[in-house]
Each structure stands twice: as C-alpha cells, then as structure tokens.
Design a binder for this molecule. Sequence first.
Ligand code: PMP
Length: 376
Amino acid sequence: MKPKFGFIRARLQDIKKADLYRRLVLNRVAGPYIIVGKKRLVNLSSNDYLGLGATKVSQAQLQSSSRLVAGNDEVFSRLESKLARHKYQQAALVFPTGYMANLGIISILPQKGDLILSDELNHASIIDSCKLSHARKMIYKHNDMSDLENKLAKKNKRKFVITEGIFSMNGDFSKLKDITKLCMQHNAILILDDAHGDFVAGPDGRGTGARLGVAKKIDVYISSLSKGLGAFGGYVASRNEVIDLAVNTSRPFIYTSALPNFLVQAALDKLSSRREQKRKKLWKNIELARKGLKSCGYNIDSQSQIIPIIIGNEKKAVEFGRYLFANGIYAQPIRYPTVEHGSARIRLSITAWLSSYDIIRSIDVFGRAGKKFGIT
Ligand code: PMP
C-alpha cells in the first residue's frame, strides 16, 4: 500500500488494539430470524419493533430529483398529513432518513445567540446536528431535571431543549412531564426525537409524549419511519411555520434526492394498517423478556423494548456476543463511541415478530451466558 495511506492503517490499528474494530457482516433478515452464512439465529437486534411485515411494492418510481425540483410525488402529502395528525401537529415533512430529519431541523431552528440544551445520552445524529448550529450548546446530565433547570436559567435569547423519547442505548424514557413543565416556565422550545418511542409507546402508538400525557406540549417532533413503523425514512412534525422554514432553508431537505415513492407508499400503508394488535403483542413480549432476564439474575431497569445488558469491558462484550451467536442468538455488542468507554453492552431489542418460544429459548441462553461471563 502507498505510504501516504499509512496514517489510515495506523488509525485502524489503534481501533483494533482497543477492541473497537467493526466489520460489515453479510446477513439477511427473515421475520423474527436473521440468516448469517448458513446459520439462522433469533434476531434480537432489529428496530422493526412491531413486525408489521412486508408491503407489496407497485408502481415503483425513483424520483431522481429533489422534492423542490421534480421529486414531490403526491403520496408525500398524503403521508405527511397523516403523520401530522398522528403527532397532533399542524404539519409534517418527510426526510430521507431520521438522521437527516435531525440534521435538517436542529441546524435551522437555534440561531447564533441561542442556547441548545441537549441530554448527555442523546443519539449521534442529534450531536452531529447540534454541531451544525451556530447556537451555544450545553449538555445536561442524563434525565437530570435539576441540572436542566439550572442550565435553563442562563440568559440567552432563545432556548431549545432536545431529548430522545426512549433513549436508544439505555431503553429508559425521558422525563417528558417535567421537561415540558420546565420548558413552559423558561419559554424554551422542546424538540423531541421520538425515533424509538414512535408507533411503539402511548395510545395508538402515538409516541412517548402521548404515553406521558404531554403530546400536545411538544413543539417539534423528529422521528424515524424505519423503526416502529418498519418502513423507511424520517420526518418532522410541528407547526406550519417550522415546516415552511424547513422547506425553504433546510439543506439536508433541499440538497438531496427525494425518497422513492414506493418507500413513501410503504410508510403510508403501514401507518394506515392495523397496528394496535402488533403493539399489544410487542408489550407482552417485552414483559416476558424482562421477567425472564430478571429471573436469571440480570439487573433490568429498562421499561421499554430496548433492554441493555451492561457488560462493561469491550472485549468481554464481544466475547459475550460470540457466545450468543454460537447458541443461535443474534444480539450485537455495542461499544465506544456509541456508548461510553467501559460501558459496552449487549443491546437487546424486543419485537412483536418474536414468538414466546423464541423469547424463552433466548432467555435460556442469556441465563447460561450470564453465569459463564460472571454478569449475573
Ligand atoms: N434518532 C435516534 C434516537 C436513533 O436511534 C436513530 C437511529 N438509530 C436515528 C435518530 C436515525 O434514524 P434513521 O435510522 O431513520 O436515520
């Protein structure tokens, strides 16, 4: 290899030495299972929480243009009206991904002289979005209301609070009741990334705001269509003027190609489908998994479909994952920088795809793994 690429090899070497090297593994998802090579494993790493199943693709069309130019198929507006109603908001705007929805909104709302207050466990896409803003940024301790309150007392022109609904790596719910109260008291704008709570939590799957009775107090919702809904894309739901500003100024919305219409149609079909039965099954599965893991001696705090098993050491987490794999369970270890150094974990995500049999079988493997690795 050319010497000028030596620095890249050195960086990769450092990643390997720290047990943080990642590689892409070929796999194929099939309902509750995942096929890796010749092995079929129970998939405990899927964000398709409701397992709504495949949709028929017809009239597949690649817009091959941005939405403002020639890519605004009429199916977008049908989906967006429904998403706005789903979140009790005036309007919604679909982005190609949830990541881009965060980039596209957080980069345009807080201005120079404003203050962004972001939970310390917020997702990478929120962190990256904050970097794009010229506002001052402060991190408040995870779900710590007195820290948030202290920071809200700062004298800035406008204040924005950004939190996730269900935290993606811990599975805990944000204290939205308290946060909405504090935002009202301090006249702050609340942005909620509900990627993991949307379609999963609250009545009719309207999300974490609805679960805690504060849905209408959220100023700006950001979410993904690729998780609970099992489709693809991202969206923002808010007041008309927020959506209007995004269409006019949001670079990740303007300067990229529109989602293909069949993906928008798939999201619309799934949004209109009977989701409630699947949602109930999901919550039954979550209860079954939590109880089972607790009975094996695991300390489970999570109340949601995301259940972290904290291992700590990165190498041990990888070995734990390998043991699960060898025993028919697919649950990926999560390491730094996705989570803090020394807090590597197996992130279980429970879905409605799973049968009770799959869950009980998985718990049995986790029971053995817990003892073998000294976790339980
Ligand atoms: N926000 C959070 C909290 C997430 O966990 C993710 C994806 N892991 C995203 C946003 C990005 O969503 P998408 O996959 O649709 O880009």
